[in-house]
Design a protein around this ligand. Sequence first.
Ligand code: HEM
Length: 342
Amino acid sequence: MDLTYGYEVSKNDPIVGALDEAADMLAQAVFPGAMAVNALPALQYLPEWLPGMHFKAYGHKCRLLMDEIMQVPLASVQRKMAAGTARPSNIGSMLKENNGDLDGMDLVKKVGLSMYAAMTDTTSMGITVAVHAFLLHPDVQRRAQDELDVVVGRDRLPSFADRDTLPYVNAIVREVVRWKPVLPLGFPRIAIQDDIYDGKLIPKGAMILPNAWAMLHDAEKYPKPEIFSPNRFLNKDGELIDDEVTPAFGFGRRICPGRHAAMSSLFINIACMLSVFSLQPKKNERGEDLPVNVTYADGLSSRPSSFECKFVPRDQAADNVLGKFADDDAHPAKVPAPDTMT
Ligand code: HEM
């Protein structure tokens, strides 16, 4: 929200709640086969009272939610711009360039929604997957912390300037994206003409689901693919290899335009989290670790279920950094604007 609208989110923010609800509804509706109208578009012309037409009410609710979440943050940017209190944001810049053109305004609204919707759920799911992996693999956590301690030290949080010197943390980011791809079957495509692939006909009009999960779990490329192992992205000298796990971000002209922002965001979140916290499973009353039970949803996006765990400050040095961070308005780990990311 900050990057897109310069909007600071509050606890239980109603806009974020509405966006989450819309993202859930969308994930349930757009998956091929989820609704009969996806396969038989002519159904849209039948009246709503007929059996099986519940998708119309569903679509209507989605539309109202979309209108609300497009309009409310945009209006907030406009109000702040008029008052001279707007923070820099992508939508703020687009509004400045738009000069009140109404068609342009419609575009600005939709760009804002696409940016926010495409970046939020995906990136937060990636962070949740990372936490799940750390609970299962304390050794990975420790190795990343050793790297962070040597490169960054113990008196500040990591920043983007440290990124090139933290190969193991970068390898973790890639392994998170590979291990549990957020969009395991990518986005569907339609063949625009007959095609032959591997001796088989793909007829014009056929829907294609790019199976990113299978590509990222190909045992020839990624031995023991079900195991979370960041080492697979490092060569024998501990340097990152070339594999940038692009199937997780789609294919061709419609490949995710936010992939570099996503990797940057995962990097800074994971690096900061591990530099100050030890992530631990919850314990029972006898002090034994409780099992970490996480399931991943089927559907367009593979959302992890919620689970409990503890974020324990690593030691006094971590406590000091957290204290400094809480007081620091300059916010050292803030994500830079997209054009400054690599
Ligand atoms: C871990 C995080 C993310 C993952 C795994 C991810 C993955 C994807 C995938 C698989 C697609 C479909 C590509 C295709 O059709 O072939 C996509 C599309 C898209 N992503 Fe991301 N994404 C992430 C984060 C982001 C971020 C941070 C942004 C914005 C800054 C973003 C913006 C978009 C947009 C606008 C599209 C639609 C592109 C189009 O249809 O032309 N994504 N993303």
